[in-house]
Design a protein around this ligand. Structure first.
Ligand code: NAD
Length: 485
């Protein structure tokens, strides 16, 4: 690490409640490691259920202050936050790369998305409108959209800074307060970002961060009885637990979960486009640790050989190394995750034999694996059905449109589906028939902060992003007046 990199991260972090950092009530800490080297970066407080209780209670006070600001004032503050994030883009990007491992240019892009989110929802803060409902001459009826109170946010380690903003920005815009539980591997971005929010006018009690273990701080937050909503982004298995805990308190859960997303390559496709989008979708973005990764290619049988040949050449060209040096493929985010991905190399080998490229853990410091492609994978193989959450791709073939759609839908997940074709009729039929929250045509990761994002089936409940996400954080009150003489 250079001096610049080191100065982006403090030597120790605490729980951040009402703007004050302090030790966890247990005094315990969690070490955070640099995935590029395996070296310790910092220690972070291991927040407890007691710390979560205090954060929620303080957030209720913050809620009263923040909801009292006019919508126009909240709008200005959130726009100031966006500007301040942009001014410090380099610093936040270094933090994201140091704690998660992703290439620096990608981290800069994610910090920009984070800033854009505060700008976008800042723009909506004064447009949270109700309706007037016509009844009869004797009544006036209207609705008010009110904030829900204190909102809980549980964030994963793969895109920590942007995913913090994805739910916290609309929650604040609608007038709520927040308690955030970042992932144990990547808590620094959330803590540094919250300080920036406070410095730019968000009341200190309105955003609080309790880092800690999922089974301790995370479970305490998802089961807390005094929340208005809980937004969880993470694996489907944990999402089920969080959903159950929330519903037990009749708290509304928003669940953004895993995926195993198909990229269908038709015989009319430009194969260079298909290969470029595949590489971007599963290898050269966050080392495949993306919920919406293009983890399953389904290619027409007449072009599969040519596609695989071009794909292998492109994969062999990718550079692997520390994110801070901006390689194409960085390390995986943690030693534990490296073990999980390596296990899937064994699963794939036992199911379909050696991969056509990759399949090894690199013998060097840090958590590096090779981008890996298994070809001719049958539909029921675990390597095709289960989310690996790493740079591991399966390729299988199809004979006609019906089979492409059937294979696309034949997994438990339904987050994203993409198609590469020059026939727009086919693309529209694909969009109509495939069960997924997002359809990408000729471009993987198409869309942005403004477009709804969420999953069908086991990929989740609800949608983030876009104008409607602000309604995740409001509740409707109907007011009806008798005005008869
Ligand atoms: P994870 O479910 O292990 O952890 C996510 C968060 O939940 C972490 O903060 C963790 O500490 C916390 N947690 C763990 N156990 C908990 C419990 N019992 N109660 C409450 N909280 C708990 O997921 P992960 O491995 O950190 O993230 C990867 C997963 O996230 C993948 O499945 C990926 O697809 C998914 N993801 C989804 C989206 C989306 O928008 N759909 C975005 C990013 C990641």
């Amino acid at each position: 690490m250079s001096t610049d990199d080191q100065s982006a991260v403090a030597d120790q972090y605490g729980v951040l409640i009402d703007g004050t950092e302090r030790d966890a009530s247990s005094g315990e800490t969690i070490a955070v490691y640099d995935p590029a080297t395996g070296d310790r970066l910092t220690d972070v407080a291991a927040g407890t259920a007691g710390d979560v209780d205090e954060a929620v209670s303080v957030a209720h006070e913050g809620f009263e202050t923040w909801r009292g600001y006019t919508p126009a004032k909240r709008c200005r503050i959130l726009n100031d936050v966006a500007r301040a994030i942009r001014e410090e883009k380099e610093r936040f990007a270094r933090i994201e790369t140091l704690e998660n491992g992703k290439p620096l240019s990608e981290a800069i892009g994610q910090v920009e998305r984070c800033a854009r989110h505060f700008e976008y929802y800042g723009g909506l803060a004064d447009k949270v409108e109700g309706e007037s409902i016509p009844l009869d001459d004797g009544h006036v009826d209207y609705t008010i959209r009110e904030p829900v109170g204190v909102t809980g946010h549980i964030v994963p380690w793969n895109v920590p800074i942007y995913l913090f903003a994805r739910s916290v920005a609309p929650a604040l815009a609608a007038g709520n307060a927040a308690v955030v539980k970042p992932a144990e591997e990547t808590p620094i971005g959330a803590l540094e970002l919250t300080r920036l929010l406070h410095e730019n006018g968000v009341p200190t009690a309105a955003v609080n961060v309790v880092p800690g273990e999922g089974v301790a701080a995370g479970a305490a937050l998802s089961g807390h009885p005094d929340l208005g909503t809980i937004t969880f982004t993470g694996s489907s298995a944990t999402g089920r637990e969080v959903g159950k805990a929330a519903i037990a308190n009749l708290t509304e859960p928003h669940l953004e979960l895993g995926g195993k997303s198909p990229l269908v390559v038709y015989d009319d496709a430009d194969l260079d486009v298909a290969v470029a989008e595949t590489v971007k979708g599963i290898f050269a973005t966050n080392t495949g640790q993306v919920c919406s990764a293009s983890s399953r290619v389904i290619v027409h049988e007449t072009v599969s050989e040519a596609y695989v040949e071009k794909l292998v050449a492109a994969v062999e060209d990718l550079s692997i190394g520390p994110g801070i040096d901006d390689h194409d493929v960085g390390p995986l985010a943690s030693a534990a995750h490296l073990d999980r991905v390596a296990e899937y190399f064994d699963v794939g080998r036992s199911e379909v034999g050696d991969p056509v490229v990759g399949g090894n853990v690199l013998d060097r410091d840090g958590y590096y694996v090779e981008p890996t492609v298994f070809a001719d994978v049958p539909q029921d193989a675990r390597i095709l059905q289960e989310e690996v959450f790493g740079p591991v791709l399966t390729v299988s073939t199809f004979a006609d449109e019906a089979e492409a759609i059937q294979r696309s839908n034949d997994v438990d997940y339904g987050l994203v589906a993409g198609v590469v074709t020059t026939d727009m009729g086919r693309a529209h039929r694909f969009a109509r028939e495939v069960d997924a929250g997002q359809i990408y045509v000729n471009e993987w990761f198409a869309g942005g902060n403004e477009t709804p994002f969420g999953g069908f089936k086991d990929s989740g409940i609800g949608r983030e992003n876009g104008t409607q996400a602000i309604h995740n954080y409001t509740q409707i009150k109907n007011v009806c007046l008798d005005i008869s003489e």
